[in-house]
Design a protein around this ligand. Structure first.
Ligand SMILES: C[C@H](O)CC(=O)SCCNC(=O)CCNC(=O)[C@H](O)C(C)(C)COP(=O)(O)OP(=O)(O)OC[C@H]1O[C@@H](n2cnc3c(N)ncnc32)[C@H](O)[C@@H]1OP(=O)(O)O
Length: 680
């Protein structure tokens, strides 16, 4: 017997179990109509004499949480009354305290409001490796359907706090160990069979029916926690409604939608092409970047042929891949068994023999044009004619790299950021010759290796380095204008960056920076600052691990005050301090002098259509340079300040300190017309 609505359906079996199923693809999000549908179908099911218990499930997946579009609507209108009352009416009254017991049958994932629904049930059965979590904090929210109350009762207060504060996603196996999941089954087929049996056992009293909110067995110490949880329960809904309208929740939601948008590329993903398989990839060059890339690939079940120039280098890079994997295991991010499986997908070679059947080659050698050209020329004769030729270059023109091949349509930039197995961004660089098919395939590849892609046009620095290079240059200019380098780092970390620009110099390496300066000076001479500081640091023996800071294992980096003399020398050589005296600025001006030039360059990148949309730069800033996501990304932040103010400040500094700060045409126009920078 079946009762159907479009989004929620009920099927009543002869055993007296009603299967209530959410069907709202692609993730069975809790749209308002889904919540209404659930209430209706529940009401009907519990009233029927032929229903003993309910199994709540989803079509294909369980549920990805409250429909995020509702949150966006609430933020647009500033009206929280659009939020459904799912917490009390649905989860408490209908599911947890309803006349008949419910069992959640979870497959795929139960996230946010989805897990909250499941936690309202008397038991939860899940398929192997289903994903469970309360990721609301990532959106600047807290769980709003009782998650803060039920999770501690199922897993204990400390584990619950850890999961809530880190938005950590766990597997059903881990969930079983912790107590959220009652049983894990091997297959989708088993899921409903076992869930029905559990539901029957509860309905017929063989297993006691539990009400999660009444459970106290996991909470320690009981007398304290109960009182605290009771107060918090009353506060949850109020706090959720306040947070939805907060500045950071709006910015985080913008970042979420901006990230979703990056994989939709007009002219590529909308033209009915089908992506091809990428299962076997050759990585040429096993240095820091190459070994990071190989690590990311094998972790995503891609077979990797790692090519080095000799066995000695090969051994070293295989060792670094092992170290990468072990560090993930040590951090608890990777199971030992999965590590072994990943490692078995790696094959080291010192020639091109194995390249005949790879789907893609990723070149990760030194930034030397001739070397890259000869590699692509050579492999063109070995690889099959559809193999994708990708370069991880961050500075060299891809047309030049592919100049000696006949396969210009297969040449693409796949610019990952170091450490490649950790950093989430993949900049896909398209030349005027790269085929749509190749871009589509690389977009799919990004999804496989769990990277956020942005598709950009070929130009100096591409979109990411080009936009963020002025940040580092701004820091150099400020230092040479007399501002203390450690103050700059402090102010920038207080703004929300993980580390300041001078620590970033230490970590990314001085020589790379010099190579980038050379490229930018050639392409944009009017706005590249030739700063003596980096060369002076190198001449004074400063290097990675011992630069502006002293790095000791397990300790917070300490400023190396011997650097101050070097900075003084740089100031003397650069001689840009007005009247030879250090300038005086407030902390806010330091932030602006570093980030407004970034916004300015971003404006040029948008105007030249290097990126598909302005919000791609928000994603790039958050994932590529760790710009604070609670500020929504660089363009969102800029628009929250306003083009007019940014333009005025840059104009003022360009008069005072030179053309590096000169506002772009695009910025000037937007400021004059009062149009947001991110608007198309
Ligand atoms: C009251 C509550 O406490 C508050 C909440 O529940 S807030 C919501 C909490 N939930 C989340 O944050 C989940 C966010 N989503 C995800 O992590 C992942 O999408 C997922 C693990 C659910 C699925 O991953 P995957 O299968 O790879 O699919 P994915 O490509 O990411 O998503 C498919 C589509 O579903 C959309 N989607 C995912 N979750 C959604 C949600 N909760 N609401 C609306 N749409 C959602 C995505 O935006 C995407 O749409 P698009 O293709 O148009 O961009």
């Amino acid at each position: 017997m079946a009762i159907n609505s479009q989004l929620v359906s009920t099927e009543i079996g002869k055993d007296g179990i009603a299967i209530i199923r959410i069907r709202n693809p692609p993730v069975n999000a809790l749209a308002l109509s889904v919540i209404d549908g659930l209430k209706e179908q529940y009401e009907e099911a519990v009233e029927r004499n032929d229903v003993k218990a309910i199994v709540l499930t989803g079509d294909d997946k369980f549920c990805g949480g409250l429909d995020i579009n509702i949150i966006q609507k609430v933020q647009k209108n500033g009206d929280t009354s659009f939020l459904p009352d799912a917490s009390v009416e649905l989860v408490i009254d209908t599911i947890e305290n309803g006349k008949k017991p419910s069992v959640a049958a979870i497959q795929g994932f139960a996230l946010g409001g989805g897990l909250e629904l499941a936690m309202g049930c008397s038991a939860r059965i899940a398929t192997s490796r289903a994903e469970l979590g309360l990721p609301e904090l990532k959106l600047g929210l807290i769980p709003g359907c009782g998650g803060t109350q039920r999770l501690p009762r199922l897993v204990g207060t400390s584990k619950a706090i850890e999961m809530l504060m880190s938005s950590k996603i766990i597997t059903s196996e881990e969930g079983k160990e912790l107590g959220i999941i009652d049983d894990v089954v091997a297959s989708h087929e088993d899921l409903l069979t076992f869930s029905r049996l559990w539901a029957l056992d509860i309905a017929e009293g063989r297993i006691a029916r539990t009400h999660t909110l009444r459970r106290t067995d996991k909470i320690e110490p009981i007398h304290k926690s109960s009182a605290i949880l009771e107060v918090k329960r009353q506060q949850e809904d109020k706090v959720f409604r306040e947070l939805v309208l907060s500045k950071s929740a709006k910015a985080l939601l913008h970042a979420y939608f901006a990230e979703r948008a990056t994989s939709k590329v007009p002219g590529i993903t909308d033209c009915k092409l089908k992506h091809r398989k990428i299962e076997k990839v050759a990585v040429i060059g096993g240095g820091l970047m190459g070994s990071g890339i190989a690590t990311a690939l094998i972790l995503s079940s891609i077979q990797v042929i790692l090519k080095e120039i000799n066995f000695d280098y090969l051994q070293k890079s295989v060792k670094s891949i092992e170290v990468n994997l072990h560090s993930l295991v040590k951090r608890g991010d990777l199971l030992e068994e999965k590590m072994k499986k990943a490692f078995s997908l790696l094959k080291g070679v010192v020639d091109y023999e194995e390249f005949t059947d790879v789907d893609m080659v990723m070149e990760v050698v030194n930034e030397e044009v001739l070397l890259k050209q000869s590699i692509f020329e050579e492999i063109e004769n070995i690889c099959h004619p559809h193999c994708i030729f990708a370069s991880n270059t961050s500075t060299i023109d891809l047309n030049v790299i592919g100049a000696r091949t006949k396969s210009q349509d297969r040449i693409v930039g796949t610019h990952l950021f170091s450490p490649a197995h950790v950093m989430p961004l993949l900049e896909i660089v398209q030349t005027e010759n790269t085929s749509k098919q190749v871009i589509l395939d690389v977009l799919k590849f990004a999804k496989i290796i769990q990277k956020v892609p942005i598709v950009v046009k070929n130009c100096t620095g591409f979109a990411v380095n080009r936009t963020f290079f002025p940040y580092m240059q701004g820091a150099e200019i400020l230092a040479n204008l007399g501002i203390d380098v450690y103050r700059i780092d402090r102010v920038i970390t207080e703004f929300g960056m993980r580390i300041g620009p001078f620590q970033l110099f230490d970590l990314s390496g001085y020589s790379i920076f010099l190579a980038v300066v050379k490229e930018f000076a050639a392409a944009f001479p009017d706005r590249t600052f030739q700063c003596p500081l980096v060369q002076l640091m190198m001449a004074n023996g400063k290097k990675n691990g011992r630069g502006y800071y002293l790095y000791k294992k397990g300790k917070i980096p300490e400023p190396d005050l011997s650097v101050l003399q070097i900075v003084e020398e740089s100031r003397r050589l650069a001689s840009i301090m007005p009247g030879g005296e250090p300038i005086s600025v407030m902390d806010q001006e330091i932030v602006e002098m570093l980030f407004f030039p970034v916004v300015n360059e971003a404006c040029r990148v948008i105007e030249e259509r290097v990126v598909v949309r302005a919000s791609d730069l928000d994603v790039a800033s958050v994932h590529g340079m760790k710009f604070p996501s609670e500020r929504g990304g660089i363009m969102y932040w800029a628009d929250s300040i306003g083009a007019e103010y940014i333009y005025a400040r840059l104009k003022y500094w360009s008069k005072a300190y030179g053309s590096f700060f000169k506002p772009s045409q695009f910025l000037q126009e937007r400021a004059t017309k009062g149009i947001p920078l991110a608007e198309l």
